[in-house]
Design a protein around this ligand. Sequence first.
Ligand code: ADP
Length: 495
Amino acid sequence: MKILFASSEAYPLVKTGGLADVAGALPVALTQSGHDIRLIVPAYPQVLHTARDITLLTPLGELISGHPGQLLAARMPDSDLRLILVECPTLFERTGGPYSGADGMDWPDNHLRFAFFSMAAALVAGGATGAGWSADILHANDWQTGLAPAYLRFLGAPNTRAVFTIHNMRYQGLFPPEVMAELELPRIAFNIEGLEFHGQLSMLKAGLAFADRITTVSPTYAEEILRPEFAYGMEGLLNARRRDLTGVLNGIDEAAWNPGTDRNLPETYGLDDLSGKAACKSTLQRELGLAADPDAPLFSMVTRLTEQKGIDLVVSIIPQLVELGAQVAVLGAGDAHWEYVLRTLPVAADRMVARLGYDEALAHRFIAGADMFLMPSRFEPCGLTQMYAMRYGTLPVVRRTGGLADTVSEAGFIPARGSSGTGFLFDESSPEALFEAAAKGVDMFADKRAWRLAQSHAMQQDFSWARAADEYAWIYKVLAPHSAANEKKTRGEAA
Ligand code: ADP
């Protein structure tokens, strides 16, 4: 099958969060199972700098008035994955992040940037460019590519179907209705069955309304988003489409996140010998100025600083954790308020440390060096860091929601059966509930045998992309216009 995977970020080209990890790994896993897959991404400067073998594919002209562009062919720096880069200097060639400038403010022309990108993806998938390739499946992701299924629909590409994956319902790509005039979509698309959302234009809704199939990144989140508290007003549409909605749990990049080969660590380690993990802990304690104490349970957190991730809950329990003899290390970037709160917390510097900023290598050391990993998210579509933590023998403390509920099981020591489970869970989004779960972890940490067993369970979980790729391949297969399932359906209808 031929698949075009459209994403506004992809590791290692450009990354702000989990979407990049998925877009970097899932297409590679699908290639390994024999599919012809191409990843299409905007040609931001960091992408042009990192991709290899870049050549001109075809000019695109002004898909959006005043913004000429072209398609480039390239390859990922670290794999043979084929890339299609959407180059448009007026929209993508600027210093800053993919969605916002250095001042943290969204780019004011994001509607044009992602409309251009989405239209380019739809044109490539539908075979309407000089790229010499078309796709059976256009797989779009999150609001930035939500318009791609809409463009595909209005383009009229009978041989291409659209899958839309929700990585996070919270970000909806909302714009004032006036921008509709600039997006080269028929006026009719702006209605309650299409892009219109309470008088505004929602790019996320475009994906949900126009894709043939919707997926999200964990089975539990697929159920949660049918409820108002998780769906932010999209629950009606999602319930109407629930038969087309599936949850497929993300995998993790097991090469990048492997304690046995990780070059970011002072020492590597594996299931059979955890001495390297002890070295990671002591080096991290030294690096961060924490007391050099192997017996102090060390909690870490690596996160975007937003309330989604429950940073407020963590901040509230830090003094209590420290009183229990624990240490806490937070690596986070994002909300200036939480950066300030973390910087000024009145807790002894040898017990609690916050590192502010985005640092990939440090993230690896935080995850490897800690004993437990805090992830008390209010909602979590899938979450990757709890899976990284388990792989590194660092037991996660998580709220039972979304992908956290699907990946972490309660660790407990039963004398007759040994230990089962891989982490510590709680339900209510409150500091008390989080503290209770973390304190269970501290208790178990004191019991070296139970701890070792739980670590070993955690490290043996299968979070490979191969499993997720199989599930996606099945979804594509059923959907593809020339699939056996569809041809049978068509024959049945004709008879
Ligand atoms: P989300 O996509 O909601 O931010 P995930 O757990 O799915 O959450 O993915 C987050 C990814 O971003 C992980 O790879 C994590 O290691 C990384 N990450 C988050 N914050 C930081 C940070 N401050 N420094 C380095 N890496 C970070």
